[in-house]
Write a new protein. Structure first.
Length: 212
């Protein structure tokens, strides 16, 4: 029988180690928060999905200490034209490169997502209070005291106490090993998480934290 080891403790558990999840982990870690990041992929994906950021995103990355290293690998966008295979224009965007912004960064910038994720991962690795666990597929988020094996799945009923001082994030790790993180806050920063239907206990956990 597969058992769950004692849970790790954290202030915040983050589901997803993409740019958003890593950026949040970095900012929280620099403020002294204990953070656990769970990512279902065993390694970072090597191809870009996002390719554009605006000046406000650049300002946030500058605050995180990332943008100065990323900027030399980016290109200011003057326009963006999408065509189909037949050459028909589908979408055109004006990058407004000459328009000044309040942040001082260009209004639109093109970037290579793996470069950004690499810089974020390197910065996060230097934060002693942040741990990133690759190859951990989150299966459930449960409010209240939880012990023993995983009590259910996101797409089915979940047992356990709905009220409590923390939330349990339960995941399948490498080789099917189960992992559990207990945290006061849980942040879902992956589209796969957003597509799942939250369990009753998960909803209660969110309401519990909003009421604090």
């Amino acid at each position: 029988m597969t058992t769950t080891p004692p849970p790790a403790r954290a202030d915040v558990a983050i589901i997803g180690a993409g740019p958003v999840g890593l950026l949040i982990a970095l900012l929280l870690g620099r403020r002294g928060w204990q953070v656990e990041v769970l990512e279902r992929q065993a390694t970072a994906y090597g191809r870009p999905r996002a390719v554009h950021l605006d000046h406000e995103a650049a300002r946030i990355l500058q605050h995180a200490g990332i943008m100065d290293d990323l900027a030399p690998q980016t290109e200011v966008m003057d326009s963006y034209l999408w065509r189909n295979a037949g050459g028909t224009a589908l979408l055109w965007l004006d990058g407004a490169p000459e328009v000044p912004t309040v942040s001082g960064w260009p209004a639109s910038t093109m970037f290579h997502q793996p470069d950004l994720e690499r810089l974020l991962a390197e910065a996060v690795s230097r934060q002693p209070g942040v741990r990133v666990r690759m190859g951990h597929d989150v299966r459930d988020v449960v409010a209240g005291p939880v012990s023993g094996a995983v009590s259910g799945t996101v797409n089915g009923p979940v047992s356990g106490t709905a009220a409590g001082e923390s939330v349990s994030v339960q995941a399948d790790g490498p080789g099917g090993a189960r992992a559990q993180v207990r945290a006061r806050w849980v942040i879902g920063s992956t589209s796969r998480t957003a597509s799942r239907r939250p369990s009753q206990s998960s909803t209660t956990a969110q309401q519990t934290e909003r009421g604090r």
